[in-house]
Design a protein around this ligand. Sequence first.
Ligand code: KG4
Ligand code: ZN
Length: 364
Amino acid sequence: MLILGIETSCDETSAAVVEDGRLIRSNVIRSQEDLHERYGGVVPELASRRHVTAIIPTIDVALQDAGVAKDEIDAIAVTEGPGLAGSLLVGLNTAKSLSVAWGVPLIPVNHLEGHIYSNWLTDQENDPTFQPPRFPCVCLIVSGGHTELVLIRDHGHYDVLGRTIDDAAGEAFDKGARILRLGFPGGPAIQRAATDGKMGHHTFPRAWLGETYDFSFSGLKTALLREVEKYRREPLRPKKVVSTEPFPVHEPPEYAPNMPTADIAADFQDAIIDVLAQKTAKAAQEHRAAMVILAGGVASNSLLRKRLDSLLSAPLRYPEPLLCTDNGAMIAGAGYYLYQRGIRASCDLDISPQLPLSTETSLA
Ligand code: KG4
Ligand code: ZN
């Protein structure tokens, strides 16, 4: 079965063709990083307007790359939420129109469920080493907008064990990189800077939130501002730092002279990863997970993978970097399993910007 997956929930316009929820026939991702970089974060109106111009060419290339004609597509899967309203609307409207025009079913996909299913994808037809995740598994979804720890008992059965109560892990990286003037997106920039840094010279708080599996990263931003202040002649005004005005993303010499940026980045990264890894390992042990899987942009972080590997007794699995970021293949992949369970969108499907991850009532 060939599914066309369409993803436009944030700042990537993406379309992909996936066979049987597993084999990636094409996966075209048009990133908007160039557009948002100078703002140090995604500007929603600019994002949706870029989706409008990019969506049709992206779908065209996805079909071409897959070598399939539009009449060979069996269904269309599209992200209905969560995400930015204006961005979601572009993908959903396009998908709805194509499903009517081509006479194929439309499958609504939760973006978070899409991230989870990036672990079921491969681009090789005969890969003897390919092992899909085993249940029960614990999945840590860590992206720019989400931090959720999920127990997956079977396809579609999700128990959200915990989530962030304020900033997402990727958001903490992005805000941290703004303060350190390292550029956008912040996660890769901080990871890069941290490779040359020495840990243990700067102290950042860890919010354990008792025995819960919830997370909190907003305190880190204030702690980081305080560290950076030590190296500045002028105090930083937090309001200015988090404004959406364009600003020079790379550190001007006068910003914080003699600041040991790499060392600070290393300790800052460690503070985020430490909590993510320890809570994930604890959940895996408590729920006797057969496997632990990672998803979302922050899943590319090498310290997170290394730390988890050392803490876990269950095997760890994560998607290749291209599949960690937002992409259409993960939506098509999740769409396949939803289709198998009989999920179809009706013609009045709307976007759902706050959509939570939950088990369908028919499966509960
Ligand atoms: O999943 P994603 O592409 O988009 C969202 O749905 O948000 O995740 C993007 C996020 C950004 O916050 C980015 O800074 C973070 O993932 N990220 C990383 C790394 N690569 C991307 N964070 C830490 N380490 C990385 N290597
Ligand atoms: Zn995402």
